[in-house]
Each structure stands twice: as C-alpha cells, then as structure tokens.
Design a protein around this ligand. Structure first.
Ligand SMILES: [Zn+2]
Length: 139
C-alpha cells in the first residue's frame, strides 16, 4: 500500500467579466493597470462601465506606479479556504493614483502591518494560469 499525498488545494481564481478582463490580463504580465476616464482623467477601480464623476463611457487602461499605503487590514487566524494558510492578512491599499485595491502582504508578519505603512506592488504566479497582485513593505 502506498501513501499518496493529495494535491495542494487551488487558490480560487477571480471571475472574469468584461469590465475587469484588462486588469487581469495586465496582472498576468506583471503590470498593475486601472481604468482611467478619458474625459476627466479620474482613475477608477473596481472597473465599471461609466465614470462616476463625469458619466463618460470613454475609458482607457493606464499603468499604475504600484505604490501606496495600507488603508486598513484584517488578519485571519483561521482559514476560510484550504488554499489559504492562516494566519494571513488581507489589506486595503490606497494607491497613489487614488484608487483602493484589496490584496495581501507577502513579506510582513501580521503584527508588522500598520495603517499608513508604505507598500509597493509585487506579483505572485500561482500554480496553473493564475497571477495575483500582492504588496510588500517599502524599506
Ligand atoms: Zn470622468
């Protein structure tokens, strides 16, 4: 009788809908992009059909500098999914462009995270065809 290890559980992939396809295609190339209104220049996230400031339907995908600060965070002490090993932290990051992104911190213990902590984007290629944008502390 042989003991076979079961495969590691997969990280659930984000659902692709027409508004967010450009975001995830860029992430796959290790680029962080957000929608930007071509009429008034406002950065938009999450992706949406029209600009909430001027109601324009004209948007473009614009490259973010990938720098921001932690707006808030929560640390999970128990995992809600077998692919996520607790403890891990979910952060809300305010990007310099004025949008907020939900993500994770890759190189900080939960006790090191603080509101206002400067972070920068990094990308993690997950098994399969999935790449996720994550953040790391800025030294
Ligand atoms: Zn606009």
């Amino acid at each position: 009788m042989t003991m076979e290890s079961s495969p590691a559980p997969s990280v659930p992939a984000p659902p692709l809908i027409w508004e967010n396809t450009g975001f995830w295609e860029a992430v796959k190339l290790h680029q962080l992009v957000f929608q930007r209104c071509k009429n008034c220049g406002k950065w938009l996230h999450p992706p949406r059909p029209s600009c909430p400031s001027c109601r324009s339907l004209e948007k473009e995908w614009a490259l973010s500098a990938g720098r921001g600060k932690v707006h808030s965070w929560v640390t999970y002490r128990e995992s809600p999914h077998p692919a996520f090993r607790a403890p891990y932290s979910v952060v809300l990051v305010d990007l310099e462009e004025g949008v907020r992104l939900v993500s994770n911190i890759v190189d900080a213990h939960p006790d090191e995270i603080s509101i206002g902590m400067p972070v920068e984007i990094t990308f993690e290629d997950i098994a399969g065809d999935l790449t996720l944008p994550r953040f790391r502390k800025v030294a």
